[in-house]
Design a protein around this ligand. Structure first.
Ligand code: DOR
Ligand code: ZN
Length: 343
């Protein structure tokens, strides 16, 4: 197949950041995505409806003239989150709340320790029909970083899903066969997002021949058996898997550092790279479901009605992207060839 036309997709997990950065990140995503679930891990985090609405307005103001891109806002759960916070957020059209175990990733120091303490909040979310988005990794020092997702499933995820059978739960950016199997063995109230990097790469791409800081993200890339399980999951066409880029910009200096930040800024290439993966899997007929239908259906939102076309044409991702403040970011797949291009 040399070209494919699909319903305009949505990105069900990304990081726009704030301030001047929005002038870069919002148009980059809006070039091909109609809506996006915006992660709340700012400093300070988005912990209530008021902060979410103010942030939403800053995002709307960063759109290019005429753009109808729609940000979908989320709340950052902390040990201080109350049931009233959930009620207020729901009323303000916040669609989901994000659970970061404390210390799991970028700006998660204020997140949750002791997940059971949040049960009254989960109860309210279940009642209000607000989705729970989970960064599924334990953070205990003694647990090997490559095992943290699996241990989280065994210690927490299985229990949350069992204790709140009516709560819609998105297992975000899954990276293991264990997570894919867990989702498939759960009810249709449980789904997962999958990033382009976890479909395209494995831990060799992080560590062989030198450390590749631009492939470093959390959860960290796993071995190829897990990568292949994720590829199989998306090629299956299961409605429980959908597109979430986890596009997460960090300045070049912060990535190429003795203690480099986690995150791949993929907004400029993600849709094209997903298309490449589905093409490699001989599953282009499953791309539209993954990119444009499953997420909207799971969130209970209308599917988009517009269309976009991708053509099989090689192009090279730029080496750097320059921010409005002059700072450089190295985008995901920088300098590498991509086989599909937005028409
Ligand atoms: O690699 C990541 N970067 N994973 C996350 O969970 C957070 C993100 C970020 O905010 O930079
Ligand atoms: Zn993320």
């Amino acid at each position: 197949m040399q070209q494919i036309t699909i319903t305009t997709p949505d990105d069900w997990h990304l990081h726009f950041r704030d301030g001047e950065m929005l002038g870069e990140t919002v148009p980059a995503t809006a070039r091909c995505f109609s809506r996006a679930i915006v992660m709340p891990n700012l400093v300070p985090p988005i912990v209530n409806a008021k902060l979410a609405m103010e942030y939403k307005n800053r995002i709307l103001n960063a759109r290019n003239e005429g753009s109808r891109f729609e940000p979908l806002m989320t709340l950052y759960l902390t040990n201080q989150t109350s049931q009233q916070d959930i009620i207020d957020a729901k009323q303000a059209s916040v669609v989901a709340a994000k659970l970061y175990p404390a210390g799991a990733t970028t700006n998660s120091a204020e997140a949750v320790s002791g997940i059971e303490a949040l049960y009254p909040v989960f109860e309210e979310m279940q009642k209000q029909g607000m989705l729970l988005l989970v960064h599924g990794e334990v953070t205990e020092n003694h647990v090997d970083i490559f095992d943290r997702e699996k241990v989280f499933i065994d210690q927490y995820m299985a229990k949350i899903v069992k204790d709140f059978p009516a709560l819609k739960v998105v297992f975000e950016h899954i990276t293991t066969r264990d997570a894919a199997e867990f989702v498939l063995s759960s009810s249709h109230k449980v789904a997962a997002t999958i990033t382009p990097q976890h479909l395209l790469l494995n831990r060799n791409d992080l560590l062989v021949g030198g450390i590749r800081p631009h492939n470093y993200c959390l959860p960290v890339l796993k071995r190829s058996t897990h990568q292949n399980a994720l590829r199989k999951a998306v090629a299956s066409g299961s409605k429980q898997f959908f597109l979430g880029t986890d596009s997460a910009p960090h300045a070049k200096m912060a990535k190429e550092n003795a203690c480099g930040c986690a995150g791949c800024y993929s907004a400029w290439s993600a849709l094209e790279l997903y298309t490449q993966v589905f093409d490699e899997l001989d599953a282009l007929d499953k791309l539209e479901g993954f990119a444009s239908f499953h997420g909207a259906d799971f969130y209970g939102l209308p599917r988009n009605t517009s269309k976009l076309t991708l053509v099989k044409q090689q192009w090279t991702v730029p080496e750097t992207v320059t921010l409005p403040n002059g700072e450089a970011i190295v985008p995901f797949f920088a300098g590498q060839a991509v086989n599909w291009k937005l028409a």
